[in-house]
Design a binder for this molecule. Structure first.
Ligand code: NAI
Ligand code: MG
Length: 355
């Protein structure tokens, strides 16, 4: 198989975790005789420094010409005080919007061998396996107006807006996913307070009639946050608004032991996708070869599965990760309380996976 993959390292640990992920992709290429042509682009702070904008036209074109995109992470203190349009995060939001990637799949699956890395009890985290489907191109992060007003700019406004068809699209994706899995969909909203959530709930109930085999449950987001750490095994697919999904997935990451473990796929109707770890640019550990590359590497597996239909190859990556963790290797974030495992660097971890 021959495919073009756009690679956007971004900032901070983005480049570090991507290096290892590309080594893993190369190993798949060699072993299975595929050809993945890698084309590099800039996004976020790196693009601001180089092109004066967080999402240069040429980066967007590169992504549009490619079959899939691998992205590291964006952001950092260097650009924190920039005006809104010159912030790294604006590049990422723009990329998702421009490419129409309305559904963000964030699988949360715990590894048996990592039970000691999670701060939660083994009985709680054992066999957790669910997917958060986060709406990605609308909601609170995109609604207009968003502004400061008042004589002394003492009023700040963000807008949580949804069109019915935007909710329908992502809810259909979530139902399809649930019907391929354990057939349970949990929709998370704040329908006791928010008008947009009341419409969200209505749409979920309407779309549900097309998926009679899927059991549907509605949870308010505050209760969902509690149940995620209380009884996470009850979840199969969770579908929710942009910001709720952003927050709940970082919370859920601790079931696996680290934010560095979570991969994601940002998808639309065709097979194209942007694949990136859930974490950010981690300025506190950047440039020191300390980051956990496994969220990024699992994102490569998601790309092989969703964009290229290469299920066996993806399975091989997941198995390799499992073996490496079983053998006891850990990056610092996974070393747990007892510190009984050898702590390895970012590049060593990906080398072990390649091996
Ligand atoms: P963060 O996700 O970068 O880091 C949160 C904490 O988790 C830090 O202590 C970090 O060291 C740790 N961590 C994250 N990834 C790790 C990994 N792979 N291995 C080991 N430890 C890891 O979030 P933070 O610090 O709130 O934000 C930093 C910057 O990243 C900000 O500019 C933010 O806007 C940006 N950001 C970008 C995202 C993206 O590119 N998708 C997502 C989230 C934040
Ligand atoms: Mg986030």
């Amino acid at each position: 198989m021959k495919k073009q993959v756009a690679v956007l390292p971004g900032d901070g640990i983005g480049q570090e975790v991507l290096n290892g992920a590309l080594d893993v992709l190369k190993a798949v290429e060699d072993q299975y005789g595929h050809e993945f042509e890698i084309v590099q682009g800039k996004i976020g702070g790196a693009a601001i420094d180089h092109h004066g904008t967080p999402l240069p036209r040429e980066t967007l074109d590169l992504c549009k010409q490619s079959d899939a995109v691998l992205l590291g992470a964006v952001g950092g203190p260097k650009w924190e005080d920039n005006p809104v349009d010159l912030r790294p995060e604006k590049g990422l939001l723009g990329l998702r919007k421009e490419l129409g990637l309305f559904a963000n799949f964030r699988p949360v699956k715990t590894f048996e061998s990592l039970q000691d890395a999670s701060p939660m009890k083994p009985s709680v985290v054992k066999d957790v396996d669910f997917v958060i489907v986060r709406e990605l191109t609308s909601g609170l992060y995109f609604g207009e107006p968003r502004e400061r007003r008042g004589k002394n700019r003492e009023i700040a406004v963000d807008t949580l807006q949804y069109e019915k068809k935007e909710i329908e699209k992502v809810v259909h994706k979530a139902f399809q996913l649930a019907s391929e899995r354990r057939k349970k969909l949990t929709s998370v909203d704040k329908a006791n307070v928010l008008e947009s959530s009341r419409m969200w709930r209505e749409v979920v109930n309407e779309v549900a009639t097309e998926y009679p085999t899927v059991e549907v449950e509605h949870l308010l987001v505050d209760a969902a946050a509690m149940k995620l750490v209380y009884q996470p095994k009850q979840f199969d697919v969770i579908v929710t608004e942009n910001m709720f999904g952003d927050i709940l997935s970082d919370e859920a990451s601790m079931l696996t032991g680290s934010l560095g473990m979570l991969p994601s796929a940002s998808l639309r109707e065709d097979t194209f996708g942007v694949y990136e770890p859930v974490h950010g640019s981690a300025p506190d550990i950047a440039g020191r070869n300390l980051a956990n590359p496994l969220g990024m590497i699992q994102s490569v597996a998601m790309m092989l599965r969703h964009s290229f239909g290469l299920h066996e190859e993806a399975e091989m990556i997941d198995q390799a990760i499992n073996e490496v963790l079983k053998a006891g290797y850990r990056t610092g974030d996974l070393s747990g309380h007892e510190k009984i495992h050898p702590v390895v660097k970012t590049d060593e971890m990906s080398d072990f996976v390649v091996e």
